[in-house]
Design a protein around this ligand. Sequence first.
Ligand SMILES: [Zn+2]
Length: 135
Amino acid sequence: MTETDRMLLWLRKTMAAAERDAEAAGGDEWRRQAHPSDTVAIYDSEDEPVVYDEGSPSEEQQAHIICNSPAAVLRRIAADRKLLELHQPVPGWPDECTTCLSDRGSWPETWSGDTCPCRTIRLLAESWGWSGEVS
Ligand SMILES: [Zn+2]
């Protein structure tokens, strides 16, 4: 298995695990709701409280929680999987990326070698916490 294969496998497994977690958390959109008293309340789409506490989390933390609600995570995973589909080795030219080849015109970004896979996929993996080396 090449380092590129190892990174892509890791990326797919990491996204699948995040998808399972988001679905287990309800898969829905969360929102803040005005609540009498200082009690913090974040609700799911069925008006069930997800976070219900006095004074914590802060407003900034609430915004962060809502921004990462299960539905938001599932949307990002779906978009990231589309990116993975767009950036594949060219059939018959396994060292070149299909999308980066067409976007760049004359010189394709290499799929293997010093920059494997293409920059888009390496940055995608980095956004998911990939810390391994790819050569
Ligand atoms: Zn690419």
